[in-house]
Design a protein around this ligand. Sequence first.
Ligand code: SF4
Length: 412
Amino acid sequence: MTEERTRFETEVPGIWGLWPLTPPHWSYSSLKAIEACPSQWMLSRADFPDLWDRHGYPALPVVPAIFGNVVHGVVERLARELGAAGVESPDTGDAVGILRSLGGWRTIVLDGIERQLARFRDNPRVSAEQVDRLREELIRRAPEAADQAKVFLGRGTFPSVSEIGISAVGGTSALGGPVPRRPVGSGAHAELEVVAEAMRLTGRIDLLVVDDAQVSIVDFKTGAESQDRGDQVRLYALLWYLDAQVNPDRKLATELHVVYPAGEQAIETPDRAELQSLEDATSARVQAADTVTQQPPPTANPIEENCRYCSVRHLCDAYWSALPPAVTAVSTGQWFDFEGRILRQNGSKSWFAETLAQPPAQVLVRTVETDVAFQAGRRVRLLGVRRSQDPDDPDRLVISMVGTSEWYPLGS
Ligand code: SF4
């Protein structure tokens, strides 16, 4: 049966979308995201043809996520280059030669940063100035990114290209065509794609090391160490076990590790019975996720943890009725989101608005641009604004927009 795209409207005039179809495969992160907030997952992946011609809602940049992608991109590239050159260890003189031919660590990391920033090129929510600021921040952290990539690469020896098809099994070849998925041999395999077709589940193992006796799976985290229960790496153990193409002998993983920049955690390896339970539980999760995509509209789960970095919160009515604090409860200097009704213009860069509470409170909104196209009587949502003070009238409620603040008019 062919699924139909369903159109939906939002409270923001001019922003309408088409709900996403059920994906052919789910992953650890997509299941986790749709379970945390179905609405966020669906809105983030819907198409918005009047906004741009890419899939999904234009996302706002989140520095820790981009930093993590830079590190993973550097590791993947170097593993590929070292593997293609037949270099078996990143510590050897040959590896130094490859690094030098690529311009050295700093150039490699800077290339990785530019690749990540290129993803924001057509994004209507991210200005060229914002990209420049992001670049500055990421370049400042370039030595840290190089150190993390070194730690990660230092864990393995890299086999030659002929043994593993440059590790990017199932990815894209240098010539642009799909890389055939094939059985992996002994050695270290970075960024290895694993797929359980029957479950419609896929994943990318950061590092798989295979020898005659052991199969070790390593998941690399670029953030601070957390009490990770190893759910992700355990799921990778299941994917590895079930992937008939890369693991036709159905070898079990014998070691699981979660590696942080400053340490690592060993995770208990699931045996066959535990893998079966994990497979059953994950199949049920896939089914539940499919149901969300097949029966829009999705439900929202407005809690601080979900909404703090949510890129679609201006489209989410549940968020506005549940989370943003009342402006009267926000202290000076604090960042927050504000929904109110525009009353009248005060100056070229300031407007009076009122809160939606009863009785409403009057608020002065200072803007960055002159003559912003607010309309008197219209409700608006302001994202990323700061509570500030009027030196001449300390009791006045004042909100300041900054360069990264966004505003959206609502239908009434
Ligand atoms: S704002 Fe919160 S509740 Fe709304 S879609 Fe985003 S994460 Fe979900």
